[in-house]
Write a protein that binds this ligand. Structure first.
Ligand SMILES: *Cc1c(COP(=O)(O)O)cnc(C)c1O
Length: 429
């Protein structure tokens, strides 16, 4: 399989090169040049999550990773359960938060880390992974690469914008993980990373790779749980998926799954107050802007980078996109009410991101004669216990892995929101 840039000004490359390059040299995002239509049996047959993953991902990698090795990678990466939990009233929750950092980004990060390690083992080179995070990405990526040989990780996060738990998860790993607390927003962090990636001096001095949702290696594994959920839901009818969106990597992966042949009725792209996409989908143009701080902070994105991929997938036709996707934005008040209502009616606690997804599905069911759907639950509620305690007015027990990292010493460097500061830091380190 060859990968081409969304900007079309880069020569096609293989999977390995797309994986390590991250952002294409022309500033675009890599996309598979075609999306293979899979045999329906791949979705319907009886198999484990890892087996399903290896079968869905194999056509995108071809012979660059042998099938047996790909299955090994999938088995190590996806070593946790992925339950579909009925909430009632036709709503089901796909719990994607049972990985080591309790967020869905573990799927992508662990697959990508192990795929990179697989290739690096062959040539013994050193690699620096650079990642900007609005909260969960950095934790998942740092955890996935932590202790892997031949790889260092540098994580940037916006000061004061991530939860205490996310910060503890990031800053207590140590070892090959360096953490930079940036005096700015997530968009600043992302811009800094993008700029240093284009810096010739830096690129000449070390091998850099990204691990943001722009990396195509993160996209592929995220397609798998859509198929897994469809199967758990009965595996006969097309399904509605509601996805809480920030950078739109998760939704893009769902669209890939649908193009591979998974029966999907519709996608709901649910956002918080950062409503660039719902506005775009209404046909009012793409107006990226500074991100707004909300309760669902991992979705505080003012300029979602995967939108380029989505536009490519729909031939830049907003009307065609509307035939498959609905999108609404929800306020923090609505989010808090959804958390409270879900807890009091069903005894089920959702984190603020999942709550936005739930609101999206409810809006869809209210505005159509739809009866059922699946909400992608992207984080464990305990990760946002500081927010949830105030909403449900009850203590939330922390899982042991979190209590442990909260107690460790936090190590990070402070940095201004300036890409030359980042460049100099990297040149020195
Ligand atoms: C990253 C993240 C999202 C948004 O996912 P995208 O792929 O960026 O759209 C939603 N919820 C949580 C908890 C996240 O960490």
């Amino acid at each position: 399989m060859q990968y081409i840039s969304t900007r079309g000004e880069t020569e096609p490359v293989g999977f390995r090169e797309a994986l390590f390059t991250g952002l294409a040299p022309d500033g675009g995002l890599f996309m598979p040049e075609s999306i293979p239509r899979l045999d329906a049996e791949i979705f319907t047959g009886e198999r484990s999550f890892a087996e399903l993953a290896a079968m869905m991902i194999h056509p995108f990698i071809g012979e660059e990773i042998e099938q047996a090795d790909l299955l090994d990678i999938a088995e190590s990466a996806f070593s946790f359960p992925v339950p579909l939990v009925p909430l009632g009233d036709g709503v089901q929750i796909l719990e994607l938060f049972h990985g080591p950092t309790l967020a869905f980004k573990d799927f992508a990060a662990r697959f990508m880390a192990l795929a990179m390690q697989h290739f690096l083992e062959q040539d013994g080179e050193h690699l620096t992974i650079l990642v900007a995070t609005s909260g969960d990405t950095g934790g998942a990526v740092a955890d996935a690469f932590h202790m892997l040989d031949g790889i260092s990780v540098v994580v940037l996060y916006p000061a004061g914008r991530v939860s205490a738990i996310q910060r503890a998860q990031l800053t207590t790993l140590g070892g090959n993980v360096t953490v930079l607390e940036v005096d700015g927003s997530f968009d600043d962090c992302q811009r800094m990373v993008k700029q240093v990636f284009r810096d010739d001096e830096l690129r000449a001095s070390r091998r850099l790779s990204s691990a943001n949702s722009i990396n195509v290696g993160r996209l592929l594994p995220q397609s798998v749980y859509y198929a897994w959920a469809w199967k758990q839901a009965g595996g006969d009818q097309p399904v509605v998926f509601s996805v809480p969106c920030g950078n739109f990597g998760n939704l893009t992966a769902g669209i890939l799954a649908a193009r591979m042949g998974l029966p999907v009725e519709r996608f709901i792209a649910a956002t918080n107050a950062n409503d660039v996409f719902p506005t775009f989908l209404r046909g009012e143009g793409f107006h990226p802007r500074a991100s707004e701080h909300t309760l669902s902070n991992a979705m505080d994105v003012g300029s979602p980078s995967n939108l380029d991929r989505m536009r490519t997938l729909f031939g830049d036709d907003v009307g065609a996109m509307r035939e498959h996707i609905s999108s609404w934005s929800f306020t923090d008040d609505e989010t808090a009410q959804a958390i409270q209502r879900t807890y009091s009616e069903h005894g089920y606690l959702v984190d603020p991101h999942t709550a936005v997804g739930l609101l999206g599905l409810e809006r869809h069911l209210d505005s159509t004669d739809g009866e059922a759907g699946i909400v992608l639950s992207t984080a464990h509620p305990a990760k946002f216990s500081d927010i949830l305690v105030e909403i449900i007015d009850e203590a939330i027990p922390l899982p042991q892995s979190l209590t442990h990292s909260m107690g460790l010493e936090k190590r990070f460097h402070e940095m201004p929101a300036d890409s030359s500061a980042l460049k100099h830091f990297l040149l020195k380190s």
